[in-house]
Design a protein around this ligand. Structure first.
Ligand SMILES: [Zn+2]
Ligand SMILES: [Zn+2]
Ligand SMILES: [Zn+2]
Length: 858
């Protein structure tokens, strides 16, 4: 017998699956559809262990569902536009296009080596003209519907990436891509009106039971709906007004000044020509150099300047000085805040610093606040004071009543506000989908007519060192004629945020070759929504919110029929590994460590924390090397066995070694028993079996039940694999020669076949090889998933004697694996025993394992 050698079998089966189109699917099927999708990769150059884990998880589910009788769509493609391609092209003096397509070519070969069950006929890259031309068409349709607009706005700007970032792309004040501090800049930008869908996006958070609660909470918070009131404060000079949104209209009588965001247009207007003008302008300039996160951090010093102007509190008629304040954001509400220092901590700190008046309007129960001695704002509930007709009311009630009153005097109304802002999609970068817009001196903004699409990204431009887009310096690209008046006009040089591409790719997989439009509705309606989506938690807001928004837009454009793109979502954990460091050479790659010493200098290495695998910490393992050494099945098995998918996975070389040894054990098990089982059929469940064979059958069917439940209910492949390992152990322990039964070979065949089938979604190559070794002529993936026989799977039972005060009174039958607690409970629930202990107190319960329970009663 040849021993297990993955290199001799894996490529063979990959070719077989491809040649036989095993995983190619169409809509013409009697079976129910199942659409499984993993978040598609960015073609950075090589796949990493995070990909391997994500796609191995998805592949088990895809293969399992196929065997469960579903018509499974499992596609793959490439999220191929974006900055890394440009940066790499600049660095390596190549072109983003060749860099990207070279990477795709290599990574495709890596994915194929892993044996994933993709329908490769649907593969595409988002930088293919054939993809982004339809994205441009969607843009135009959205433009027609008023879902796209252009406005001058303050934007997050990353100087290193030379581009604008959406709020979602700023993490703790830093660029999500490069980690550089983000600053503010005022630019003309294109926006997608995602806020038009704020309410629906929020509402549907309650209609996605297949999503992790954590992700839904993050989305709800991001959308950030708050209810309150809009209140109008007339300017003192009577030449206008300031509108604020507040969630605390109950505190209106305590509003003593007004705070404006530095970006609020009124700041400059109000201070113009006053002695404050210079100071205000300087302050605004200073704020531009800070980013929003810095400015609004809780512990940041509150600061501001007086604009020289006043507004009037509409209910107290108090003259309120208007300030520009660092902690107010143009982004939220209206960019103006009515300041109530007694009942808002930030206003309190600001008022203390600038000696502004305090007026208490809510008293805590049983206490009396004195503005002169307050050390912090009182933000909780209480009873209204100093608020005219509302005095004595609870502040909760006053929220409603004051809002009603404002409405009656036309100084305000009930209002809802969202934290969600419209999605700025203009990027000043080259490697993206051109925005299909033309600027004409006479006609203004003119969308590119549909018949002129695509606006192709020219591929013959040279990259610019600074990272600026070469489109801006390309007359061939820029200069065009106006579609309306035919006079010379200019093209938009900004490209779309690459998150636009990933917002609808999943629907395009249903009809990747369709040429008449973005989506072929019939096919999309067949496949969508994605039944199971798998990816990292880091996309909880960005990608997953945009994709939900786009689905609703495409629905309203009549291109698909679904409200939501992803029915179930699994967010898998990170792949982590310990870090190693040499005092002289810094972080070391695993292969640079030999016997605990730095391979370069011999210094003993420091073992650091176990962290997410990253190139910067060098705690990475290369999937290629692992496949070369162990084969793909071992890597897949290890990734799935080491931890449940939603948890982090800690890398372990011993674990990989162990996975390989287990597969070899399975291999040998089949070959060792081949003569016995080769020409028999699996046991059909008829005929009397001796105890040993009954036990083996029980284990076989219990394993089917366990593996099925673990995959079906929770995707807990780790416990499923443990169960398969136990079954293999049981088969090894069987002493065949001592069993005298005509069904010996058949029961063994059933057990071994079951092992192979259950293992096949996890380690498909070895399973396929062994399946054919057993004599089958068709892929194991075409086999139905086995059903367990409840009778055979029933746990072995034992008889327990029950005594009352030492006298035998009854017997019960319980499963052999029943716990002490379970057995004691059954004993007391036995009908005969109930009679004996009726009205008595049980003083003591004596338990003898596998034998008896004695109830001592008084
Ligand atoms: Zn950056
Ligand atoms: Zn024109
Ligand atoms: Zn060293």
């Amino acid at each position: 017998m040849a021993d297990y050698n993955p290199h001799e079998i894996e490529e063979k089966w990959q070719k077989y699956w491809e040649k036989e189109n095993i995983f190619k699917v169409t809509e013409e099927s009697e079976k129910p559809k199942y659409y499984l999708l993993e978040m598609f990769p960015y073609p950075t150059g090589r796949i990493h262990m995070g990909h391997v884990r994500n796609y191995s998880i998805g592949d088990v589910v895809a293969r399992y569902k196929k065997m469960r009788g579903f018509n499974v769509l499992h596609p793959i493609g490439w999220d191929a536009f974006g900055m890394p391609a440009e940066n790499a092209a600049i660095e390596h003096k190549t072109h983003p296009s060749s860099w990207t397509y070279d990477n795709i070519k290599y990574m495709r070969s890596q994915l194929k080596r892993m044996g994933f069950s993709y329908d490769w006929s649907r593969e595409f890259a988002t930088c293919d003209v054939n993809y982004y031309r339809f994205e441009q068409l969607i843009f135009l349709k959205m433009y027609e519907k008023g879902l796209v607009y252009r406005k001058q706005s303050w934007v997050n700007w990353c100087n290193r990436c030379q581009t604008v970032l959406a709020n979602e792309q700023v993490e703790a004040g830093l660029c999500w891509r490069c980690g550089q501090e983000v600053t503010q800049k005022e630019l003309e930008q294109w926006f997608f009106r995602i806020t038009a869908y704020a309410e629906e996006l929020l509402e549907y958070c309650d209609k996605l039971p297949g999503w992790p609660e954590r992700v839904l909470t993050m989305q709800r918070n991001w959308i950030g709906k708050s209810e309150g009131a809009e209140i109008i404060f007339p300017l003192e000079d009577g030449k206008g007004e300031i509108t604020v949104f507040t969630t605390r209209p109950d505190t209106l009588y305590g509003a003593t000044f007004m705070s404006l965001a530095p970006e609020h247009p009124l700041c400059k207007e109000l201070s113009k020509g006053t002695p404050q003008e210079q100071e205000v302008l300087q302050f605004i300039e200073k704020m531009k150099r800070q980013n929003i996160i810095q400015r609004t951090a809780e512990d940041v010093e509150k600061e501001g300047v007086f604009t020289g102007a006043y507004c009037i509190n509409p209910v107290t008629q108090r003259k309120m000085p208007i300030y520009v304040a660092n902690f107010v954001l143009m982004e939220y509400g209206t960019g103006a805040v009515m300041a109530v220092p007694t009942h808002d901590q930030r206003d309190f700190e600001f008022a203390k610093k600038y000696n502004l008046p305090l007026a208490v309007v809510i008293q805590p129960p049983g206490e009396k606040l004195d503005p002169a001695t307050m050390e912090a704002a009182y933000v909780d509930d209480g009873i209204m004071v100093n608020s005219n007709q509302f005095d004595g009311m609870s502040n909760r009630e006053a929220m409603e009543k004051i809002t009603e009153y404002l409405e009656s005097i036309q100084k305000g109304k009930k209002a809802v506000s969202y934290r969600l802002r419209d999605w700025g999609i203009s990027r000043q970068r080259y490697w993206g989908a051109p925005i299909p817009i033309i600027y004409c001196d006479d006609c203004g903004i003119v969308p590119v007519p549909e018949k002129d699409l695509p606006v192709e990204l020219p591929l013959d431009l040279e990259m610019i060192e600074t990272g600026q887009s070469p489109l801006r310096y390309s007359p061939d690209f820029i200069n065009t004629t106006c579609p309306k008046c035919s006079r010379p006009a200019r093209r938009e040089t900004d490209t779309m945020d690459t998150f636009v591409e990933s917002s609808w790719y999943f629907a395009r997989y249903a009809c990747p070759h369709f040429q008449e439009g973005p989506l072929e509705k019939k096919k999309v309606d067949y496949w969508m929504p994605v039944d199971q989506y798998i990816g990292g938690i880091e996309h909880a807001i960005l990608h997953l919110l945009y994709a939900r928004f786009f689905t609703k837009v495409l629905r309203d454009l009549g291109m698909l029929s679904q409200d939501e793109p992803f029915t179930n979502l699994l967010t898998q954990g990170m792949v982590r590994k310990e870090t190693t460091r040499c005092a002289k050479h810094g972080w070391l790659y695993p292969q640079e460590v030999k016997d605990g010493k730095c391979a370069l200098c011999g210094t003993p290495v420091e073992i650091g924390r176990t962290e997410k695998m990253s190139k910067s910490k060098k705690n990475v393992v290369d999937p290629d090397e692992l496949i070369d050494r162990y084969g793909a099945d071992t890597i897949r098995l290890f990734c799935l066995f080491a931890s449940p998918p939603e948890k982090d996975l800690d890398w372990s070389d011993q674990g990989v070694e162990g996975a390989f040894r287990f597969l070899r054990r399975v291999w040998r098990m089949v070959h060792n028993n081949l003569n016995t089982i080769k020409n028999v059929r699996p046991y059909q469940g008829k005929g009397n079996l001796p105890e040993e064979l009954k036990n083996l059958r029980r284990k076989t069917h219990q394993t089917i039940r366990k593996v099925t439940e673990d995959i079906e209910e929770r995707f807990h492949f780790n416990t499923a694999i443990s169960a398969i390992m136990e079954l293999v152990n049981t088969i090894y322990q069987l002493d065949l020669n001592s069993i005298d039964s005509p069904f010996r070979s058949e029961v063994l065949r059933e057990a071994i076949e079951t092992t192979i089938i259950l293992l096949s979604p996890i380690a498909p190559h070895i399973a396929e090889e062994l399946w054919f070794t057993l004599g089958y002529k068709e892929s194991v993936s075409k086999r139905d998933w086995p059903q367990y026989d409840p009778e055979a799977a029933k746990a072995e039972e034992m008889v327990i004697v029950i005594q009352v005060n030492g006298k035998l009174r009854s017997r019960i039958t319980v499963p052999v694996d029943a716990s002490e607690e379970e057995i004691k409970a059954s004993a007391q629930n036995d009908a005969k025993i109930k009679e004996w202990i009726k009205g008595k107190t049980i003083a003591k319960v004596v338990f003898v394992p596998r034998k008896l329970v004695n109830l001592v009663i008084k």
